[in-house]
Design a protein around this ligand. Structure first.
Ligand code: NAD
Ligand code: UFG
Length: 341
């Protein structure tokens, strides 16, 4: 079995990807400093897969950690999820984000060079397109200054990776620009566990439905979209996980150092109101919501053109938003049981 180092491996997308890797016959080696995830994820992964995943508690900014892991579990490829991702916090404390996300990426690239690790799959975001003129973006859509310091770290890391690749003779990378990952594993054993009041729509919906929050505020109803609310490309987290396996297989096939950029979305825009309807339809629960003022910095409408990822990676999102809302709800109920146990 090929070892794959997965930084941020106990996090939301990292844990789902670890499972997908294992199912595809890889051995994921998880590295996480548990800043935004907990150890119980490892037990859940074992329950689902029947195997223990090697785990290292450590920080991506620690250059020594890579050599230590490489000695025990030699690896050729890294999937780099580890980063801070709270947009609001990044506005209040940009340096925290520059240090963790940008420094983390630099230290990792240096370790790759030192250890002759060939392949990098990097977690980027559609935030690199800013607020685009055309809602449907391709990988060729010009990049724009993101609205937040968090988004800026993604743009900078993409550029750092590109420039390091230009100067290197044996490094390949795939930059995966995720749209809006939502939902959870169908087992209900892993999912997203937001700290404090959720910023993101889906955790806010499920927390409202379970009674943790009183009412969902829908930010803005006068946008120039079909129903006045913002439009996003919501994609099931297990489809995002599968995209990593596809990107890994693709990069492993390369015979010369290469750089790829892929949109990881469904190709379909869904409005905030449509997502609420999908939640109500797939769970049978009536959600308490009301309109509120627009949220500063929100992109009006964005969704992926997925032609390139679909054809090159031979990957396509298979699950729909109803599947994602059903799984998000099951996960919220599991979390509720976990917290009340
Ligand atoms: P997450 O917070 O659930 O997972 C990130 C993990 O990285 C956490 O477990 C955290 O403890 C760990 N981590 C953070 N800094 C670290 C460090 N210096 N060293 C070691 N571990 C560290 O987030 P996620 O939603 O799984 O996101 C994964 C990646 O995808 C991030 O890079 C994020 O920016 C990117 N992304 C996420 C979304 C989204 O909506 N979830 C969208 C676009 C891009
Ligand atoms: N929304 C509400 N009410 C809420 C939360 C969100 O109406 O309580 C709306 C937002 O205004 C937006 C939509 O739901 O119109 C989606 O909001 P999210 O916060 O779930 O997602 P965003 O697209 O705004 O942000 C996501 C990631 C960010 C990333 C950004 C761009 O969470 O990390 O995509 O890639 F920077």
């Amino acid at each position: 079995m090929k070892n794959i180092l997965v930084t941020g491996g106990t996090g939301y997308i990292g844990s789902h990807t670890a499972l997908a890797l294992r199912e595809a016959g890889y051995q994921p080696i998880l590295l996480d400093n548990l800043d935004n995830s907990e150890l119980f994820v490892l037990d859940s992964l074992e329950k689902i897969s029947g195997v223990k995943f090697p785990f290292f508690e450590g920080d991506c900014r620690d250059s020594e950690i890579y050599s230590k892991i490489h000695e025990l579990y030699p690896f050729d490829s890294i999937i780099h999820f580890a980063a801070h991702k709270a947009v609001g916090e990044s506005v209040e404390n940009p340096l925290k984000y520059f240090d963790n996300n940008i420094n983390g990426c630099i230290v990792l690239l240096a370790a790759m060079k030192k250890l002759h690790v060939k392949n990098l799959i990097f977690s980027s975001s559609c935030t690199v397109y800013g607020n685009p003129e055309n809602a449907m973006v391709t990988e060729q859509t010009p990049l724009a200054m993101p609205e937040s310091p968090y988004g800026y770290t993604k743009l900078v890391c993409e550029q750092i990776i590109e420039q390091v690749l230009n100067s290197s003779s044996n490094l390949s990378a795939s930059l995966l620009r995720y749209f809006n990952p939502i939902g959870a594993h169908q087992s209900g054993l892993i999912g997203e566990k937001p700290v404090g009041i959720p910023n993101n729509l889906v955790p806010y919906i499920t927390q409202t439905a379970i009674g943790i929050r009183e009412c969902l505020s829908v930010f803005g109803n006068d946008y120039p979209t079909q129903d006045g609310t913002c439009v996003r490309d919501f994609i099931h987290v297990c489809d995002v996980a599968d995209a990593h396996v596809a990107a890994l297989k693709h990069i492993e096939k390369q015979t010369k150092p290469s750089l790829f950029k892929f949109n990881i979305g469904t190709g379909k825009g869904t409005s905030v109101l449509e997502l609420i309807s999908s939640f109500e339809e797939s769970t049978g629960i009536k959600l308490n919501w009301r309109y509120a003022d627009r949220r500063t910095g929100d992109v009006i409408e964005i969704f992926a053109n997925t032609d390139l990822s679909n054809s090159t990676l031979e990957w396509k999102a298979k699950r729909n938003i109803n599947d994602a809302m059903r799984d998000a709800w099951n996960w919220e109920k599991s979390l509720h049981d976990l917290n009340n146990a």
